[in-house]
Design a protein around this ligand. Structure first.
Ligand code: ZN
Length: 170
């Protein structure tokens, strides 16, 4: 089965769907999921690497009709390691008719993402432990945690620190 189709099957995500697949890339994802002890909810191809999302959460989006710039409390910023971030666009909703005075409208996802590049493929084939693979990924910047991804969405003004905390820190 071509890799793209295998990846599409993985996105639909019945892990059983992948079982009969002999394609090496798809098999790799299955193997990695087994190593990590995670259930991989989604996998898709970007260029020649495979991207796997191991976890996801929904966060509420700041209402576009009443959003306004705000400065999160210092303690919260330091807790999220955002104290030194430049050009952050922190936004929160004041509350309006459109969002029923909640300050939020709609939702977006935050993801934990692992990019399976050649280095990771190599580590998997060498039967390295999940711990070693995760460490190598972190050192290479190819692993994004839920918390990092949530923080990025806060910096972009998509959601608030409070909302990110309620989704990620539970
Ligand atoms: Zn609003």
């Amino acid at each position: 089965m071509p890799t793209a189709r295998a990846a599409a099957a993985a996105v639909r995500v019945d892990w059983e769907v992948l079982e009969p697949i002999t394609d090496p890339a798809a098999a790799l994802v299955g193997e990695l999921a087994g190593i990590s002890g995670y259930y991989a909810p989604a996998a898709f191809l970007v260029a020649s690497v495979m991207v796997v999302s191991f976890a996801q959460r929904l966060v509420r989006r700041v209402c576009p009709s009443c959003k306004t710039v705000y400065n999160p409390p210092k303690e919260a910023l330091s807790f999220w390691n955002l104290s030194r971030i430049r050009n952050a666009n922190f936004q929160q909703g004041r509350g309006c008719f459109s969002c029923m005075h909640t300050g939020y409208k709609g939702r977006t996802g935050v993801y934990e993402v692992l990019i399976i590049n050649e280095m990771v493929q190599d580590l998997i084939l060498k039967r390295k432990s999940a711990h070693e693979i995760a460490r190598a990924e972190r050192e290479n910047g190819d692993f994004t945690t839920l918390r990092q991804n949530a923080a990025e969405k806060v910096i972009q003004g998509v959601t608030t620190l409070e909302e990110a905390a309620s989704a990620v820190l539970v």
